[in-house]
Design a protein around this ligand. Structure first.
Ligand SMILES: [Zn+2]
Ligand SMILES: [Zn+2]
Length: 222
């Protein structure tokens, strides 16, 4: 089910292991960040009905990285361009199913990525702006997205409320994940919307959680 957490910013947080989805209704673009797993397609359709937005109105899907638990419902959005960081996008477009962990999601098809993203790229959604922050570690082309104004960080599988992404899958790198977490630590975001699990609102709690997570990551990996 979608809930409107901030004006024009909706969150879909499934409890079955599929990725979270976030919908941003800008004046120019309606953007979906990740599309979860295929078994959430029914729940996503009802979520869209509930908030009064049609899936055909979505103009852009941005993937935080190229794993299949984040792109399972792309086919529901026929008018959306699909965007991903260039490093993961090249692997997806080359058909690297192992990279995408497709063996765990046999009914899912690889998306066709038509919009390659780069670090620091800014996307104007109309009255909202998303900035791409390349944050490798979970995969080589993982990104976080910072929403301006509002300072919401969509962190994909790099950073969770109480944890961080695994680094043992294809193109994962523990040292890079620690560097990415350090990069995120310098950003003054007020809310954290991760790729899985609960969202976190409130700057102070957020910073504290991030400090602990960084410490945990450093101790685990270094
Ligand atoms: Zn994931
Ligand atoms: Zn992942």
């Amino acid at each position: 089910m979608f809930s409107e957490i901030f004006p024009n910013i909706f969150a879909f947080i499934p409890s079955n292991g599929g990725s979270n989805c976030f919908l941003l209704r800008g004046k120019k673009e309606i953007v979906l960040i990740d599309s979860s797993t295929r078994d959430n397609v029914g729940a996503l359709i009802s979520g869209f009905e509930r908030i009064g937005i049609e899936p055909v109105e979505v103009t852009l899907i941005i993937h935080t990285h190229g794993h299949a638990d984040h792109f399972g419902c792309d086919a529901l959005f026929p008018n959306a361009k699909i965007a991903m960081h260039e490093s993961d996008a090249r692997k997806i477009n080359a058909g690297l199913t192992d990279f995408a962990c497709l063996q765990f999601f046999p009914e899912t098809e690889l998306p066709k990525v038509s919009f390659f993203l780069k670090d620091k790229q800014e996307l104007d959604l109309g009255k909202m702006k998303l900035k791409v922050i390349h944050s490798p570690g979970h995969t080589g082309g993982s990104i976080c997205l910072l929403l301006e104004p509002g300072e919401i960080l969509f962190s994909g599988d790099c950073l969770f409320v109480k944890g961080f992404g695994r680094t043992d899958l294809a193109s994962g790198n523990a040292q890079k994940l620690v560097e990415s977490l350090k990069k995120l630590q310098k950003i003054g975001f007020k809310a954290l919307f991760p790729g899985h699990g609960a969202v976190l609102l409130g700057k102070d709690k957020n910073r504290l959680g991030l400090e602990k997570t960084l410490e945990m990551a450093t101790n685990t990996f270094l």
